[in-house]
Design a binder for this molecule. Sequence first.
Ligand SMILES: NCc1[nH]cc(CCC(=O)O)c1CC(=O)O
Length: 302
Amino acid sequence: MKTLRIATRKSPLALWQTEHVAALLRARHPDLAIELVPLSTRGDELLDRSLAAIGGKGLFLKELELAMLRDEADCAVHSLKDVPMLLEPGFAMPAILARADAADAFVSPRHADIAALPAGARVGTSSLRRKAQLRALRCDLRIEDLRGNVNSRLAKLDAGQYDAILLACAGLQRLGFDERIRARLDAPYWLPAPAQGAIAIECRDDAPAIHALLAGLDDADTRSRVSAERAMNRALDGSCHVPVAAFATLQGDELHLRGLVGSAESGRQVRAEGRAPRAAAEALGQEVAARLLAQGARDFIA
Ligand SMILES: NCc1[nH]cc(CCC(=O)O)c1CC(=O)O
């Protein structure tokens, strides 16, 4: 391989994440030439409609996968939380990087946190998961849709369209907006999206040399944690249509997984948790999903 071609979306966050992967690879392989292949995806273009309405997470991957199939790119960098629970056949995920801050962030020019918002305040988010958790805390808020990349969401907040917005801490930190985080929304009270804060690299499963090169960047602890979170989401038939949150931590070799399923309309939610050895990450995800279903999670999934 003379040059490693890395497909990426064109948003500032996607480009940062891909440059980050490129820098890690250059540090390990000083002689490797790396080229970015920036592509626009349907998920980036259809910004006026909710993700659930236009077909969900896969829309951010499809064009990047097609580029790999056409041999115009060797691999692609993704936010793992935007990757569907089942990869397309023919693709593999050799590397999941060490996870950054997984928490959500409360961002507001005037208000310190959710509890400090005045009655009826307008909060911007299009995530069903964030809407459901907000609704559970505050039934008075006006929750309004907000899509677009991180930079344009902050611009809409600054233009006065919302009193506050919710974003991922990881994206804000990567783009240098740490100081915009007014409050962290932390587990166990508030749970992030499955795999939030983790960057994943995808390649074709018939490319062993590329697979081996990328596998050097894999972080085993992160992989165990997000495997449990994504297995839970998969067992719940998780997609953008269902408000599902999950967060796993490791204590030694024991995984602790917390999950919730909620309703963005009513704010009702069910929660469950479980522990298992890290080798049983997938089974733990299925077990916590089963506990959520036993408490009536199906009502929210319908
Ligand atoms: N859905 C967009 C998206 N995908 C990944 C991140 C943040 C970075 C990460 O989770 O690694 C974001 C922005 C956000 O939710 O605020």
